[in-house]
Design a protein around this ligand. Structure first.
Ligand code: ZN
Length: 520
């Protein structure tokens, strides 16, 4: 193995180059002997002995020996930052991957590859798998031997990725959601991830994540926006499009060879299809995608000016509001939704509007109508009676918990002290566990001590998380309690504290009982 590899790589001033003259005759042989390589990066501000080139090599070699995969070459980037991939040895490694010479890449930890989450995960999740490269990060116990996407497979799979990767831990991403992460990565980089390009665009032939203007369809999109910008309503735009036999997006796509069973209604434009275009922000040149609905500006050509687009959105909303407003006054929001419970049968009571859409509301139990007669005595109460009961009982609740604040300050002090202690011990939990593993490898620690130390780190980490969550909850509770006082002083509307109510029981004789969430 080692010998053949020397035939492929020649060390020259610290970098490898392919030996061009022998490339051709070796081609067949090379396909079979794709080799295992190590990648080493020495940080710019490297003060840590355990991260030295020698130490990294030692760790990689140990892993390789255990797995009978001798390392044929180390790519070493000294004094290069992990925040970008503009590093000579890394680039050389990519070139050698492209040339089909590498089967497996090993690093000491993920931050050797890169410190910036998105591009680093791009290499791990996209680039390496596409080149059929196995990627191993020794300290993270990260190994893509069966592919990353197999992680959710049943037990018994050979996948060995027990620890979430360091980056995921840092940004609280769940490694199980690989696909979403990969897609979100694309979305964040302004790559288009939808299955079909919006009407007016098409996917670029050489890059399916890039939108290009479709000159023909664009004319229709621009027409729709320019009419809307002139204050023309959606109905009139629809009429104009149909009158002039302008093809709908589906008709247009069919004419261009789109296959599939798409619903195109009666084949004409309607307000829905027009509004769909008028409200799609993609036409301003921005992409809004991914689970978090990230907006990336300027990823492709715009078909409408962003300011005009915003004006059109406001006009559309006003129109919609005026239409419903003309019919009847909208109901006030149901602030007590899901909270009012029948004291007789225990079912949730529905809110109803007073006759003639008058501006008053009542709650009544529908069990007798829905389930059957005589299942409930049939509770009925006006909404305003519930609100005055809440005010009254809020006063009693606040008085009953008058010692809450004193306890709160003592408890906060205790928690803050505990958190500070844990933080001091941990510094960076991931760093701590990696350091321990390195000490194990370098035989500074035996296995028992290693496991004991590791357990301590995990326990401290758990304690820290628990204390932080508790402090958080306690603070929220305190804010709620302060808000309750403000409501009683009429400085805040009652609506602000309704979340503190678990339920409102309506009993016989319209007696109302408010169940407040426990103060801790
Ligand atoms: Zn009932």
């Amino acid at each position: 193995m080692a010998e053949t590899c020397h035939g492929i790589f020649i060390l020259l001033g610290g970098t490898t180059i392919a030996r061009k003259s022998r490339k051709q005759p070796l081609k067949t042989a090379m396909m079979d002997i794709r080799s295992t390589v190590g990648y080493i990066r020495l940080s710019v501000a490297n003060k840590d002995e355990s991260c030295s080139v020698e130490n990294q090599k030692l760790i990689l070699e140990q892993w390789a020996a255990e797995h009978e995969m001798p390392i044929s070459h180390f790519y070493v980037d000294a004094n290069h930052s992990g925040s970008n991939f503009d590093r000579p040895a890394f680039k050389q490694m990519l070139a050698d991957i492209d040339a089909g010479r590498i089967e497996c890449v090993i690093v000491k930890d993920l931050s050797r590859l890169g410190r910036e989450f998105l591009s680093t995960s791009y290499y791990i999740e996209e680039h390496f798998p596409s080149k059929k490269i196995r990627f191993v990060s020794v300290n993270d116990h990260f190994d893509t031997i069966d592919g990353i996407s197999n992680q959710e497979a049943e037990s018994g799979s050979r996948v060995r990725i027990p620890i979430i990767n360091a980056f995921n831990e840092q940004v609280s991403l769940d490694i199980q959601k690989k696909t979403r992460v990969a897609l979100d990565t694309k979305a964040t980089r302004g790559m288009f991830i939808g299955p079909r390009a919006p009407f007016g665009y098409r996917k670029s032939a050489d890059n399916h994540f890039k939108l290009k203007v479709d000159p023909e369809a664009t004319e229709t999109v621009k027409l729709i926006f320019s009419m809307a910008a002139d204050g023309v309503g959606a109905n009139t735009i629809v009429w104009h499009l149909n009158e002039n036999h302008i093809p709908t997006p589906i008709q247009y796509a069919r004419a261009k060879g789109l296959q599939g069973n798409y619903d195109d209604g009666d084949g004409t434009w309607n307000t829905r299809s027009v509004k769909y275009i008028l409200t799609n922000r993609t036409y301003t040149g921005a992409l809004v995608q991914g689970k978090e609905k990230r907006v990336v500006e300027g990823s492709h050509s715009s078909l409408v000016n962003a300011k005009i687009f915003d004006r059109i959105q406001i006009a559309l909303q006003q129109r919609a509001f005026n239409l419903t407003g003309a019919k009847k006054a909208p109901s006030t929001p149901n602030l007590l939704k899901g909270k009012v419970i029948c004291g007789c049968c225990g079912s949730k009571i529905q809110r109803r509007r007073g006759t003639n859409h008058a501006d008053w509301y009542f709650f009544t139990c529908l069990t007798n109508n829905r389930v059957g007669a005589n299942r409930c005595t049939g509770m009925y109460v006006r909404e305003e009676d519930i609100f005055s009961a809440i005010y009254h009982q809020l006063n009693l609740f606040v008085k009953a918990n008058s010692n809450f604040n004193a306890n709160y300050y003592t408890k906060t002090d205790e928690l803050e002290h505990e958190i500070a202690q844990c933080r001091e011990m941990l510094a960076d939990p991931m760093e701590c566990t990696m350091r321990l593993y390195e000490r194990l490898i370098c035989k500074e620690l035996d296995k028992d001590n290693y496991l004991a130390e590791k357990a301590k780190v995990y326990a401290a980490k758990e304690q820290l998380e628990k204390a932080e969550a508790e402090l958080d909850a306690s603070r929220r509770r305190h804010e709620e309690f302060e808000a309750m006082h403000k409501v009683l002083r009429k400085e805040l509307p009652l609506a602000e504290i309704l979340d503190c109510i678990d339920g409102i029981l309506v009993n016989e004789g319209r007696k109302i009982e408010v169940k407040w969430r426990e103060m801790c």
